[in-house]
Design a protein around this ligand. Sequence first.
Ligand code: PLP
Length: 384
Amino acid sequence: MIFLDAAATTPVRREVLDAMWPYLTGEFGNPSSHHSLGEAAADALAGARSSVAAVLGCRAGEITFTSGGTEADNLAVKGIALARQAANPQLNRVVISAVEHPAVEESARYLERFHGLAVDVVPVDGEGLVRPEAFRAALRPETAVASVMYANNEVGTVQPIAELAALARGLGIPFHTDAVQAAGWLPLDTKALGVDAMSISGHKIGAPKGCGLLFVRGRTRLEPLVHGGGQERGRRSGTENVAGAVGLATALTLAQARQAEERRRVAALRDTFIGAVLTGVPGALLTGHPVDRLPSVASFCFPGTSGESVLLELERQGVVCSSGSACAAGSDAPSPVLTAMGIAPEEAQTAIRFSFDSAVTGADLEAAATSVLDAVGRVRALGG
Ligand code: PLP
């Protein structure tokens, strides 16, 4: 099998499992317990927090461990907006982009439905980019929080986050970015990016599912969403997932240590693959930005097919990929990300995403390109 669905999830790395193992077995303490077993767990958690902080260029106290990217996005968007609105009721708007993951989009819609906030959606261009002018135009004195993802999960377009963050911060508006897909591929230094909050998920970078984190800068107000024993400095109650935090910190450190050379290698393989598909499949369309895209994502529309049929045919040939994001898979509705980019709904329904991890080889992608040519040809011959 050639696994080209790394943007959906990745296997746990051996080094990550080894780092976690003690905290799943002998060192199983609760970090809140005042005996040696509890203290060992608290030390492990503190160590994980410091490692993450070193990668993100922030203070350990600015990291909140969560159950994944979805919870981190919810905590950022709802937590910052609700805290700021409570302090100043006039802060009653939220800005998001038109291509956010549902974890951000639905958090904003929740604020709209239950807390009366207005949601301002910034459009993207045909390549999925948020234009800084359009973003600036959406920011108002009443904006409580702005959230734009770092890299898109369906088409891989990378947003000009430092520029967008500077615009928001210049107006005193906290800026959050969902960096779930960016982690491991793009710089994550929170100071250089100038972001106030950033979400990361473990399972996209070789840690287990169900662990993630939210960075929240300094004194940014944040209303917790999960109440209880006051763990994570009161920002996220519940007994901490010590092994998950250790695994996430290990995976993040390993992923970010990837050399620039390695990223360039994967980007070059991606471009060869894109070239082979575009020249081999008549009418194939690359979706997303041709240059400002994740090294790890190649996404297309194949007019005259249904994405699901191509997917099935590819799987029959041993190539595993996705018809869009894993969250949208199984739904018949065309992807809101693609339609926001101006792609017609019939065309959006023919979308396929190939996403790789750094273990991908030229031979994998050469074989995959051959399968794509064949699969699209077969599906078209059968009438889509
Ligand atoms: N944000 C983006 C951009 C994603 O791609 C995903 C996962 O697909 C998430 C958030 C949600 O992360 P998790 O699966 O850890 O909840």
